[in-house]
Write a protein that binds this ligand. Structure first.
Ligand SMILES: *Cc1c(COP(=O)(O)O)cnc(C)c1O
Length: 374
């Protein structure tokens, strides 16, 4: 028996949805894509949605739509998956890392203003583990300095911030549908926005920068005609993937409820163990628990990690601070130091968290952690 840190939940209903599309007229750019977009947009309360091939592509076209380019700076957190910063590099811009809050592990809004320059164009806020960032504070800074705010909500589908679902609060919000995330399409992603102008740009960048919209073209030579207006990409997603996404959306609330239950049980069972720091829930936020991270305070993290792996528990570490990777170190980030992020990284272990984790499996994980730490 091996218990991973995260995995998908796919049932017969999902399989039927995918098979139905395989038998239909459209396997890509068809009605399932539009239906999936509508379903996620309605769920989070956003006006527009653009589904793409993965969460990284979603971040990339969000940056392009935001007009981020050569010479611009983009503020983000070091405790995230590399894609949250790489998307700025794809556009020729420079990611600027702001340290995390040691309690929420999210970007610390109190430290953002120090890093703003005349080149700063946007803030990419990452809801790490599914715990919403302090968006009111971040929006206030965005407004004061005229910056776009993009939420990388790859961990945050289903999370609430002050009674509102993550996905409709900022200029743009991106999701990922990789199998470890809240719902899966195999690979997939989406950008949500309430802004029509940004929406039209996102559509353009998803498909080669090509349009057939009369209003957007400089002329129309006939029914065959289309124009490339910008340098876009092929970031399309298939109807096959979206059929899976539609079916997964029907289960999202159950998935999130189950994740919250697992989190509550971890917290209750582990809270009295000395030398262990557990996740803290911010007031006004309802975490959707993509990850459950424990901090090992008075033992060697690697020893604890290895001991749990030996017990067939697929613990993991999220994340190595992005600027610590050799690519960043070799490209101008060798001097960067985010104290809280580095301290957090040295102590962090992600323990199994996914809806299909059974109570028995969770009991085994809890027992094993107690054993290893005693
Ligand atoms: C998963 C993830 C992404 C990238 O999503 P993909 O679908 O794998 O491209 C981006 N940011 C964060 C925080 C993620 O966890």
């Amino acid at each position: 028996m091996y218990i991973p840190y995260g995995r998908q939940w796919i049932d017969e209903e999902d399989i039927k949805g995918v098979v139905d599309v395989l038998r239909s007229d459209y396997v890509t750019t068809g009605p399932a894509v539009v239906e999936f977009e509508r379903k996620v947009a309605d769920y989070v309360g956003a006006k527009y949605a653009v589904a793409v091939s993965n969460g990284t592509a979603a971040l990339h076209i969000a940056c392009l739509a935001a007009g981020i380019g050569e010479g611009d700076e983009v503020i983000t957190t070091p405790v995230t998956f590399a894609a949250s910063a790489n998307c700025a590099l794809y556009c020729g811009a420079k990611p600027v890392f702001v340290d995390i809050d040691p309690d929420t592990y999210n970007i610390d809004p109190r430290k953002i203003e120090d890093k703003i320059t005349t080149s700063t164009k946007a803030i990419i806020a990452v809801h790490f583990t599914g715990q919403p960032c302090q968006m009111d504070e971040i929006h206030a800074i965005g407004k004061k300095y005229n910056l776009l705010v993009i939420e990388d909500a790859a961990h945050g589908l289903g999370a609430d911030y002050k009674g509102k679902k993550v996905g409709s609060m900022s200029d743009m919000t991106t999701f990922s549908f990789h199998p470890v995330k809240h719902i899966t399409t195999g690979e997939g992603g989406m950008v949500l926005t309430n802004n029509k102008d940004l929406y039209e740009k996102l559509i353009l960048y998803r498909g080669h920068g090509i349009t057939r919209e009369e209003d957007l073209m400089t002329e129309n030579q006939g029914g065959w005609y289309y124009q490339q207006l910008a340098l876009g990409y092929n970031y399309r997603i298939t109807d096959i993937q979206c059929a899976l996404g539609i079916s997964q959306m029907n289960k999202l609330d159950d998935f999130v409820t189950r994740r919250r239950k697992i989190a509550k049980r971890y917290t209750e069972s582990l809270k009295d163990i000395e030398g262990l720091k557990l996740p803290k829930q911010e007031t006004g936020c309802n975490n959707s628990w993509h990850l459950y991270v424990i901090q090992i305070l008075n033992k060697d993290r690697k020893e604890v990690f290895d001991a749990l792996r030996r017990k067939n528990i697929g613990v993991n570490v999220h994340y190595i601070p992005v600027y610590k990777h050799p690519y960043y170190q070799n490209n101008g980030y060798a001097h960067v130091h985010c104290e809280n992020a580095e301290k957090y990284y040295e102590r962090a272990i992600s323990i199994p968290m996914y809806p299909a984790l059974t109570d028995e499996e969770q009991d085994y994980v809890i027992r094993s952690i107690k054993e290893v730490l005693s």
